[in-house]
Design a protein around this ligand. Structure first.
Ligand SMILES: *[C@@H]1O[C@H](CO)[C@@H](O)[C@H](O)[C@H]1NC(C)=O
Ligand SMILES: *[C@@H]1O[C@H](CO)[C@@H](O)[C@H](O)[C@H]1NC(C)=O
Ligand SMILES: *[C@@H]1O[C@H](CO)[C@@H](O)[C@H](O)[C@H]1NC(C)=O
Length: 491
């Protein structure tokens, strides 16, 4: 009713509203054009927009690069060639350093030796805290300790980064002025500290705990930590149980980890942190000219049996596979005496199983890569090193745990992979194995350098976070957060 016979007054009201709306729209469109015009003006481009345009250039460049499966070169972007910097020479070196050899600049705290080489029973001479690598390199304890020795290799690499570099392939360089560094490195050998000193002591806290406590105190007092809140710090915690006490306090930093299995996502996550490979225990298969037909074992698994967490998959698979003639499935972790036997076993197998145990990752995967035994990964939560530049599907088979435990599923899948596909993956394994090799001195694109390159790729996002955090800090009186705090949304 009201609609068919609108009162006179409301018509007047509607038309005047329409008039106001039209005027408003006009001004809106006009001002929008002015804004557009002014941003396209060269003087109004602020510095923050230029890294963006470079980023898009990099992405474009990467997508248009041709890919060839059988190419000898690894498909990891050639960091020297992929960044579009030559045409667009950076005027401001504060931003993405586009020099062809992107080297991450690292400041390293001179922590007392008890945090690093002192744990290797090295004793300093005089006041120095670091060994002189030109005379003798302290040994890292062997055996299973070695699988988490990432801390040792990265530190050696930094200490030697000022030696003459004959190959010109360095990925990190040590800076002595922290203001000139991209990241701040905390040289605590936390995995070794855990392995050696985490046993409970009768009447006192164990040394592993005390070292962590001391480290947190040290960091909280440093200018470098205070100015970034720890965001640009690198803390190594490769053993899943290392830094157990300090991790909740040092969470703003970038952790170097084996997986996120024992971390809440607010403390560690794939955006902020770096996944590093284990150092493999099995011998590298040097001069491997084996073929599909030369490797008699179809599928190989050797590992501890776990009854908790993801471990039930191991038991299920054991029952599913135990009657297959060409499958080797045995429990028991590889100890010193077993390394030779396991090396032979993996070198003579086509596929090697990597099943989640009590953590999503294990050194089994890296043993398989070193053996050129195509990894079959059954671990839904696994995170893989450098996966932003490396496509693991080219040399690994991934099977969801829920499928793997179905009757006949896994064995049918493995048997369906024929010689041609296997050979392609085997060739790819031989190309990528160097990315997982820890050594001193480091070589081009070995694990040490790949980890530094991963760190380098995180530097722009650390800067973004740092700059954002400074937005309001210019107003005096606004209290900064405690230098070391538990994340707000953690509890
Ligand atoms: C990477 O790119 C640079 C410059 O384009 C080139 O000189 C170098 O040979 C490349 N390296 C590899 C491993 O492709
Ligand atoms: C460290 O670097 C900053 C920035 O380049 C500079 O201002 C400062 O003077 C340097 N400090 C020393 C001790 O050289
Ligand atoms: C591998 O092959 C190279 C070149 O043929 C040879 O010099 C080297 O001794 C071989 N290494 C092993 C472990 O067989």
């Amino acid at each position: 009713m009201a609609e068919r016979n609108p009162p006179f007054g409301s018509i007047i009201c509607r038309s005047s509203l329409f008039f106001v709306f039209t005027i408003a729209s006009f001004f809106f469109i006009f001002s929008w054009f002015s804004v557009l015009h002014s941003t396209s003006h060269p003087h109004s481009i602020d510095l923050s927009s230029s890294p963006n345009s470079r980023l898009f250039a990099v992405i474009d460049n990467k997508n248009t690069q041709p890919r060839n499966q059988d190419d000898i070169q690894p498909s990891v972007p050639n960091m020297s060639g992929s960044v579009n910097c030559k045409e667009e020479a950076p005027q401001d070196k504060e931003f993405m350093k586009c020099n062809p050899n992107r080297v991450v600049k690292v400041f390293m705290y001179d922590l007392p030796p008890e945090f690093h080489f002192g744990l290797l029973d090295w004793k300093p001479e005089g006041n120095g805290v670091w060994p002189d690598l030109k005379t003798k390199i302290p040994d890292y304890p062997g055996g299973l300790n070695l699988q988490h020795s990432i801390e040792y290799w990265l530190t050696l690499d930094l200490l030697s980064s000022t030696f003459p570099d004959s190959t010109g392939t360095r990925s990190a360089v040590r800076m002595h002025n922290s203001s000139e560094a991209d990241v701040i490195f905390v040289p605590f050998f936390s995995s070794l500290s855990y392995n050696r000193y985490s046993k409970p002591q009768p009447h006192e806290k164990n040394r592993n705990y005390l070292l962590q406590e001391k480290l947190v105190k040290f960091l909280a007092a440093q200018e470098e930590w205070k100015r970034s809140g720890g965001r640009d710090h690198i803390i190594m915690a490769h053993h899943p149980n290392s830094m157990l006490d300090a991790r909740m306090k040092l969470w703003p930093a970038m952790f170097i980890l084996s997986d996120f299995g024992r971390y809440p996502p607010t403390i560690a996550n794939v955006q902020k942190d770096v996944i590093a490979p284990y150092k493999h225990i099995i011998r590298t298969f040097v001069n491997d000219s084996s073929s599909f037909d030369d490797r008699p074992t179809l599928l190989y698994f050797q590992g501890a049996i776990y009854r908790k967490d993801g471990g039930y998959v191991r038991q299920e698979l054991f029952y599913l596979l135990k009657d297959e003639k060409d499958v080797h499935f045995s429990f028991g972790s590889v100890n010193k005496g077993g390394i030779n036997k396991a090396s032979k076993g993996m070198h003579s197998s086509k596929f090697c199983l990597n099943i989640a145990g009590d953590t999503p990752s294990s050194n089994r995967l890296f043993d398989a890569i070193a053996s050129h035994c195509v990894p079959v990964i059954i671990s839904d939560q696994i995170e893989l090193p450098y996966e932003d530049v490396l496509d693991y599907s080219e040399f690994c088979i991934f099977v969801p745990a829920s499928d793997a435990v179905k009757e006949n599923y896994l064995i049918k899948l493995i048997r369906s992979i024929k010689k041609e596909k296997w050979t392609r993956m085997w060739k790819r394994l031989k190309q990528v194995e160097k990315f997982f090799e820890f050594q001193y001195p480091s070589h081009e694109d070995d694990a040490v350098q790949m980890i530094w390159q991963t760190v380098a790729r995180k530097v722009p996002s650390i800067r973004l976070e740092l700059h954002k955090s400074k937005r309001f800090s210019q107003h005096t009186g606004r209290r900064k957060r405690d230098p070391i705090a538990v994340p707000r949304n953690f509890w």
